[in-house]
Design a protein around this ligand. Structure first.
Ligand SMILES: C[S@@+](CC[C@H](N)C(=O)[O-])C[C@H]1O[C@@H](n2cnc3c(N)ncnc32)[C@H](O)[C@@H]1O
Length: 333
């Protein structure tokens, strides 16, 4: 993973119409089943540079261990999926919802497979292609603009497919799984990590319900699924389930998966994603907005991200949510 730290203030607030984009985002959230595409595109235009600043080029969580740095934990989580698919040179692999390509580059570098990154966000995909070229990986790492609800690829064109926390954005998981099934060759593996409520989630509990809604709002998600929604969805698309489990449980007790959201770290990046760091960024943005150095709306964007982080932290502490429900499935021969 690159160590580049990008300035969220100059980049994230780059649009003159951030205010208008935020209002579009809220509107599309209300109609997320039908307007999921607008919601996701606007959301990632607004927050991608903040994410890069606070998190790096891989936009997912990882089980954390006392003995590992944040970056090591993220990379190990990526290699786990690469190993689960038995990736190797010569294989043609689909990365579903590739972000700016952190996992794609890391997996291509380690396993030598050719990976096509599919993304609905033009803003992210452009960055992904630039970073692939900068890393001299553009032979192995390709990009494909499109919606995972209707993947722009021929039937049976990939040897494997994976996703890192992307299908949480789908208004209909079964449709995405059916699309992935269609573009995979017989016997191919599809593996991924999804955002799910855990069996401890109680839909009758107002605190649980409120946290779930806040996570959905702060992360542009139509509905957070349960483990059985994922399992049943995969089976109904035709996949054979090989392995499932909550990989959040692989974290050390002292460093649960949500640990990076709540503590203050030593590096600029870990400070940026900590509770205190988020407050400092909000205040800085507010001052810069008043001085008209950044457009109006930048503070509100940071506010949406703070809702996301605080609700994830609270739901993680209650054990009612995981961002890494692991599923490995095979298309029958
Ligand atoms: C949480 S980010 C994860 C990105 C990447 N997998 C990573 O770990 O760095 C979710 C990604 O899914 C993409 N996405 C969401 N809805 C999509 C859709 N309908 N079609 C394709 N990509 C989509 C977003 O644009 C974003 O890049």
């Amino acid at each position: 993973m690159s160590n580049k730290t990008r300035n969220p203030i100059s980049h994230a607030a780059r649009q003159e119409d951030t205010d208008e984009a935020l209002s579009n985002y809220r509107h599309s959230q209300e109609k997320s089943k039908v307007e999921y595409a607008t919601m996701v595109k606007v959301f990632y235009e607004l927050i991608t540079d903040f994410y890069e600043f606070g998190w790096g080029e891989s936009f997912h969580f990882a089980p954390s261990k006392d003995s590992q740095s944040f970056e090591e934990a993220i990379t190990n989580h990526q290699y786990f999926l690469g190993n689960a698919m038995n990736l190797r040179p010569g294989l043609n692999v689909l990365d579903v919802g590739c972000g700016v390509g952190g996992p794609q580059r890391s997996i291509a570098r380690k396993f030598g497979a050719t990976i096509t990154g599919l993304n609905i966000s033009e803003y992210q995909l452009k960055k992904c292609a630039e970073y692939n070229a900068e890393a001299d990986l553009d032979e192995l790492c390709r990009v494909l603009l499109g919606d995972f609800m209707a993947i722009p690829a021929e039937d049976q064109s990939f040897d494997a497919a994976y996703h890192f926390e992307a299908i949480a954005h789908a208004p209909d998981k079964k449709r995405v799984y059916a699309e992935i099934f269609r573009v995979l060759k017989p016997s191919a593996i599809f593996a991924g990590y999804d955002w799910c409520t855990t069996p401890s989630f109680d839909a009758e509990n107002p605190v649980h319900r409120d946290l779930k809604e806040r996570i959905e709002f702060g992360n542009a998600l139509p509905q957070i699924a349960s483990f059985s929604d994922v399992d049943e969805g995969l089976r109904s698309a035709g996949f054979e389930l090989i392995e499932t489990g909550d990989r959040a449980l692989d974290s050390d007790p002292a460093t649960p998966w949500y640990h990076p959201l709540g503590t203050s770290g030593r590096s600029l990046r870990s400070f940026a994603r900590s509770t205190l760091g988020r407050k400092v960024t909000s205040l800085t943005l507010r001052v810069l907005e008043l001085l008209r150095v950044v457009p109006r709306g930048a503070t509100q964007t940071q506010g949406v991200l703070n809702i996301a982080a605080d609700s994830l932290l609270a739901a993680g502490r209650l054990g009612i949510f995981t961002p890494m429900y692991y599923h490995k499935a095979r298309k029958p021969a």
